[in-house]
Design a protein around this ligand. Structure first.
Ligand SMILES: Nc1nc2c(c(=O)[nH]1)N[C@H]1C(S)=C(S)[C@@H](COP(=O)(O)OP(=O)(O)OC[C@H]3O[C@@H](n4cnc5c(=O)[nH]c(N)nc54)[C@H](O)[C@@H]3O)O[C@H]1N2
Ligand SMILES: Nc1nc2c(c(=O)[nH]1)N[C@H]1C(S)=C(S)[C@@H](COP(=O)(O)OP(=O)(O)OC[C@H]3O[C@@H](n4cnc5c(=O)[nH]c(N)nc54)[C@H](O)[C@@H]3O)O[C@H]1N2
Ligand code: SF4
Ligand SMILES: [Mo]
Length: 714
């Protein structure tokens, strides 16, 4: 076979950087940044490069595994594994109905075009409400805010970094995360260019992050963002700085103005941690800017008021005159009609159903993962008895991991589809080996409208699957056949299935591309897109210089075509914020999350290239707190919340203000990944509440930032 080079793109995080793969005799030997990729232009981070080590990891699961009576895993054939799983699921269905079967899909699932489509088909056919995802620990509040503002959860604006002159960025650290809910592979350059052309980048974060250190830093109190944003609105309204024309596109401005009256910066300072003068200066700067945009990411999603905060981020941009305008918060379009596709699948919903436990609204057909444990342990109709976990490690990523771990033991059946025996997989009855992204063809379906530069690409698999690994959609398809379950939530799809016509994801993408806004309409439009055309462009196709602006009115799903800035849900949340009870005594510090350049959530701690230099998990604390509580730099530290306690090394640093402790998630492993297990550290989500009542009300968001804790030497 010899040595070949192939171009593909990275599917670890959202920039989707171009990669050049070297393949020798069917084995991946090297990944390098693709210099000919039009957007990433030779950029790739250490994680992307280290994917070679995940691909070839001796600890990868390469064959289906079944748990034996003694608790150890044994290798079985696909035939045996799928046959037994199908039989057990059908028994549960016969006895309790399809609604007793649940599914949790993790973050890597969203980077596959085929996996989510087939999974939702499976769950649709079962008519099961038990669908969960990493979203309630990540972005569901953003979707909920968009549903309230624009009538569609999928109308999520992106910051127009290439043209803005004032970027106010809350709770995001793109120099490490490389950007989220915006696909801009050279985001560091994009940010630097804002300053170079005379603009400003202001990072609102409790920690002096890598991004804050490179630009302007405005420290905020953990979970203080909603107070800050309301006080910005207060100043803009009270000083008459609001953009009248922009406000004319909204409904409820007067109610909003009235609500904001209660939040003058002099009064919010104690809660937001931002001095009144700084708030006034920022409000004036936003109003004076020609091209202002406020952008927020996970730091603003995982507090107690995530949906309110995401909502206010857009509202402040609107009132400052930046929404749907050049250089502001803009609404990207996809070259395939994802909105339509999603709508037809019946999944573009918010609040059309309520969870059995906790009564939380669904977000895009999913319920908060924070209720999973109780859904398993609470008797009665609709109890979850089987769970399939694909590309997820909920035991290490969901709040209240302790309770979830105990609940998983009560299931009749737990199946994990993964590259590894993850921390969650260790409890499974079966672990099914999935292909890596390098072993599957792909299309960046959910990210197309997030691209600052409109772009589309297709990749073939770079290497054949190792061992017996299979793509998720193939696994789901095979399972559905054995269960005699007609896949699909759409009627036509179900009928096709019954007739034995099973469209592949590849043919679906071709059809979507060809009938999309840039499509070739099967030859009717010359030069238009088709899968064949894309395959002939291995570095992808740039479709335009910028996303279009001024499209919002056409796309708003509210019947009055207005932006709803004061719906009752939000007015109630503002009331809840104002009436927030004082924090519990005895826990004087606040815990926040953070990300590291050479970690990726919970799953890249087994790559030697990323673990070099004795990397260790650490709790970052300010020198003053370290002195007060007797902690040594590098010494063991016990962090305790109302809900749990962990021990990990302390790292003393003045990046944090006194009173704040930062701990990354995704450490403290006990799976089948030996180097990751040996790396030590602790599962920070043991400190989060497992009580469904503690979730954020509008999107069921986990409370992971701003958790009251205390620290002591261990
Ligand atoms: N405290 C705290 N907790 C958090 C966060 C936080 O900021 N603070 N962040 C949250 C966020 S934003 C996220 S996205 C979640 C992530 O939470 P999860 O998605 O539940 O977990 P991951 O750590 O991403 O683990 C992904 C799993 O998928 C496997 N995998 C990787 N690629 C593939 C693939 O292609 N196919 C299959 N089948 N498996 C694959 C990996 O081996 C791993 O076991 O964590 C959340 N949890
Ligand atoms: N290297 C690396 N890159 C990643 C990931 C990874 O694990 N590692 N994960 C990927 C995933 S799944 C996601 S969702 C994205 C997330 O992308 P980002 O949201 O940009 O990621 P973080 O680096 O976690 O940034 C969150 C910031 O919020 C701050 N913060 C914490 N609490 C608060 C608060 O109450 N208010 C404010 N204003 N800020 C607060 C933290 O200090 C931190 O700097 O990153 C992706 N990229
Ligand atoms: S930033 Fe790194 S991990 Fe993310 S897509 Fe690019 S190369 Fe992959
Ligand atoms: Mo995430």
């Amino acid at each position: 076979m010899g040595t070949t080079q192939a171009f593909t793109y990275c599917r670890i995080c959202e920039p989707l950087c171009g990669l050049t793969a070297t393949v020798e005799d069917g084995t991946l030997t090297r990944l390098r940044p693709d210099r000919a990729h039009p957007l990433s232009q030779g950029f790739a981070c250490p994680k992307g490069i280290a994917m070679t080590e995940v691909q070839n990891d001796p600890d990868r699961v390469l064959h289906p595994l079944r748990r034996r009576a003694d608790g150890e895993f044994e290798r079985v054939s696909w035939d045996v594994a799928l046959g037994e799983i199908a039989a057990r699921l059908n028994r549960i269905r016969a006895e309790h109905g399809g609604g007793a079967i649940g599914w949790y899909f993790g973050n890597p699932a969203t980077f596959s075009y085929s996996h989510p489509l087939w999974m939702s088909g499976f769950m649709g056919a079962l008519k099961s409400p038990h669908l969960y995802s990493a979203g309630s620990q990540d972005v569901n509040n953003r979707f909920a805010a968009s549903a309230l503002l624009y009538g569609s959860p999928l109308l999520v604006p992106i910051p127009d970094l290439k043209r803005t002159d004032l970027l106010v960025m809350l709770g995001a650290n793109p120099l490490v995360s490389h950007g989220s809910l915006v696909t801009a592979p050279r985001i560091r350059d994009d940010l630097a260019a804002i300053v170079r052309r005379g603009g400003r980048v202001l990072v609102v974060d409790p920690r002096r992050t890598e991004t804050a250190a490179a630009f302007e830093h405005l420290p905020v109190a953990p979970d203080g963002d909603a107070w800050l944003l309301l006080s910005l609105l207060n100043v803009m309204f009270e000083e008459g700085l609001d953009d009248r024309e922009a406000c004319g596109r909204a409904r409820g401005i007067e109610r909003l103005r009235t609500a904001a009256r209660d939040f003058p910066p002099e009064e919010t300072a104690a809660r937001s941690g931002v001095a009144a003068d700084d708030v006034r200066a920022l409000a004036r700067a936003l109003a004076a800017s020609e091209r202002p945009v406020v952008y927020g990411r996970t730091g603003t999603c995982l507090g107690r008021y995530g949906t309110l905060t995401a909502f206010l981020i857009d509202v402040v941009t609107l009132v400052a005159g930046g929404l749907d305008r050049v250089g502001g918060a803009i609404f990207g379009a996809s070259p395939v009609r994802v909105e339509e596709l999603a709508k037809r699948s019946g999944l573009v919903t918010y609040g059309t159903a309520r969870s059995r436990v906790g009564g939380y609204p669904d977000v895009l057909g999913t319920f908060p993962a924070g209720v999973m444990a109780k859904e398993i342990t609470t008797p009665g109709p609709g109890r979850m008895r089987a769970l399939i976990v694909s590309a997820g490690n909920p035991l290490n990523s969901v709040p209240g991991s302790g309770a979830l771990g105990a609940a998983l033991d009560e299931l009749d059946l737990l199946v994990c589809i993964d590259l590894y025996v993850s921390d969650t997989g260790r409890k499974a009855d079966y672990v099914l080996p999935a292909t890596t992204f390098l072993e599957r063809e792909d299309f960046p379906l959910p990210f197309l409208q997030n691209h600052l530069t409109p772009y589309v690409t297709w990749t073939e698999a770079v290497v054949p699957p190792r061992g017996e690994a299979r793509q998720e959609w193939e696994i789901i398809d095979a399972l559905a056949r054995r269960m005699r379950l007609p896949l699909g939530s759409v009627r036509a799809q179900r009928v096709a299935h019954r007739l034995g016509v099973r469209p592949s994801p590849r043919t679906m993408v071709d059809a979507l591309l060809r009938t999309g806004p840039y499509g070739d309409w099967y030859g009717l439009r010359r030069g238009g897109l088709s899968l064949r055309k894309l395959r002939a462009s291995p570095h992808g196709v740039v479709l335009a210089d910028h996303q279009r602006t001024g499209t919002l009115r056409r796309r708003i799903q509210h019947r009055d075509k207005k932006i709803h800035v004061a719906p009752p849900e939000i007015v109630a949340e503002i009331g809840r914020l104002a009436a927030a009870p004082p924090p519990p005594g005895g826990y004087p510090l606040r815990l926040i999350g953070m990300r590291e350049l050479r970690s990726h959530n919970s799953w890249m701690h087994n790559a030697p290239g990323l673990m070099r230099g004795k990397r260790a998990h650490a709790a970052r604390v300010n020198p003053k707190d370290a002195a007060e509580y007797g902690l040594q730099d590098g010494g063991p530290c016990r962090v305790t919340s109302e809900h749990g306690s962990i021990v990990l090394p302390a790292k003393v640093t003045d990046e944090l203000a006194p009173g704040t402790v930062a701990v990354p998630h995704g450490w403290g492993h006990e799976g089948g990944w030996r180097m990751a297990n040996a790396a030590g550290g602790a599962n920070v989500n043991l400190l989060a509440s497992a009580d469904p009542a503690d979730l954020e009300p509008l999107a069921g968001m986990a409370h992971l930032n701003g958790v009251p804790v205390k620290i002591a030497p261990a």
